[in-house]
Design a protein around this ligand. Structure first.
Ligand code: CAA
Length: 388
């Protein structure tokens, strides 16, 4: 019996800032962003969106198809949680109308935790094949203004239905893991923006790739040349390009530079115009691959490198299934991206600086998102979500 991803769908905000606008304000050459880090636009969550509303919006198309009673467990991965105690997935569970017998839990380990959730979901399904697990990754990437990280902000959520005999991708059991206690990127509880040692973080990312690949190669018979595509964690697209060149070189790949680039290029397209979405980014990369490659990918092997600062990393693999095209949400994804509205710099700043009440004051939040779910108010420290 195979287990893996039966259906996948993502959501991002309806608003974005073009990095040319940011570059003009900073008096920086826009090519530093467009070419240097490989990013064009960054999605900005509206003041009535957060990881809960994005998660529910990402999962809605899956639930509309499968129904509200089919899910036995909802695992929500995030590193921008809204509560130290209550799992964000409980709000999502209500917004989607899921069955009260569904288990809900939140997972955290920087950008890695969606992969932990996916593997745990596969294990639950392997134990009880009738089980269907909903895995959601949802994050808003925020750095301080005027820091090198600012241009790598973004937001997004991805929802994956995990089942036996999956229609999109079977996930292989063999994995390579790596953990190391490092301070490359972190966010103490009292901060709303991340702290990052940028250059150091890129070095640790590459080191973790080598370590997980070595560990994967010890347990798996699948070699570098067996893979057609690779999905990487995408803090910014150039990071994945550099990482993949590094991996190809260390495996003495005979592919040309163009051939190596072709193994990841389709996975980058959505990230280049959304920005970092932390836990969701690698799986939005998978959507990008599935939606943008027109040739039939059935039977192709895909390698995944999942990285979470701090750090935990994993290399694993999957096989695309026959007939996967019929299960994709390509048109919905493309329409959502095409209908986004561009922000000017002041509008971006207004969203960035929108007050986040912390003293229990009551606030009604005006509607801005075009998504189905929104944060409508905060009263007595309680967040109130509504269906639009
Ligand atoms: N035209 C073309 N390219 C240009 C250019 C121009 N005018 N100006 C600069 N560049 C190039 C540079 O040469 C450089 O390329 P190389 O890396 O190939 O040398 C690239 O643009 C970036 O320039 P800098 O190195 O000067 O950029 P920076 O220091 O201002 O910022 C960064 C880079 C440190 C990665 C910053 O974006 C950052 O801090 N990002 C957040 C941290 C991050 O994403 N880390 C990734 C690993 S950690 C992780 O993956 C977890 C996570 O999600 C955060």
């Amino acid at each position: 019996m195979s287990v893996g991803i039966d259906e996948i769908s993502f959501y991002t905000s309806n608003f974005y800032l073009d990095l040319r606008t940011l570059a003009a304000k900073q008096q920086t050459d826009p090519e530093k962003y467009y070419t240097g880090i490989g990013q064009e636009k960054m999605a900005m969550a509206t003041h009535d969106e957060d990881i809960v509303t994005m998660a529910a919006n990402a999962a809605l198309p899956l639930i509309e198809r499968i129904g509200t009673n089919a899910i036995s467990t909802l695992l929500l991965a995030t590193e921008t949680g809204i509560d130290q105690s209550k799992a964000a997935g409980i709000y999502v569970h209500r917004l989607l109308g899921l069955n009260a017998n569904c288990r809900v839990v939140e997972l955290k380990q920087a950008c890695y935790s969606a992969t932990a959730a996916l593997q745990m979901a596969c294990a639950l399904v392997a134990r009880q094949p009738s089980t269907k697990v909903l895995v959601i990754a949802s994050d808003i990437a925020r750095y301080d203004l005027d820091t090198p990280g600012e241009a790598t902000q973004g937001c997004g959520a991805v929802a994956m239905l995990v089942s036996h005999n999956p229609r999109i991708m079977a996930i292989d059991a063999e994995v390579g893991n790596y953990t190391d206690d490092v301070m490359d990127f972190w966010r103490p509880n009292y901060r709303s923006t991340a702290l990052v040692d940028g250059k150091y973080s890129t070095k640790i990312y590459l080191k973790a790739l080598k370590k997980t690949w070595d560990s994967f190669s010890e347990v798996s018979r699948i070699g570098f040349n067996d893979f057609s595509y690779f999905c990487y964690h995408l803090p910014f697209s150039r990071m994945a390009q550099k990482a993949h060149q590094h991996l190809a070189k260390s495996n003495q790949s005979e592919l040309s530079a163009e051939g190596i680039e072709a193994q990841i290029q389709p996975t980058l397209r959505y990230n280049q115009i959304i920005g970092n979405s932390y836990t969701a980014s690698i799986y939005i990369g998978l959507c990008s691959l599935l939606d943008n490659v027109k040739e039939n990918l059935a039977g192709k092997k895909v390698g995944f490198f999942s990285y979470g600062s701090g750090c935990v990393a994993e290399f694993f693999s999957g096989s695309i299934q026959e007939g996967y095209q019929a299960c994709l949400h390509t048109e919905r994804h493309m329409n959502m991206l095409a209908q986004r509205q561009e922000l000017n710099y002041d509008e971006y700043l207004a969203l960035y600086r929108y007050p986040d009440p912390r003293q229990g004051e009551s606030v009604e939040i005006p509607k801005a998102t075009l998504g189905r779910f929104r944060l409508a108010a905060i009263h007595q420290h309680k967040r109130e979500y509504v269906v639009c």
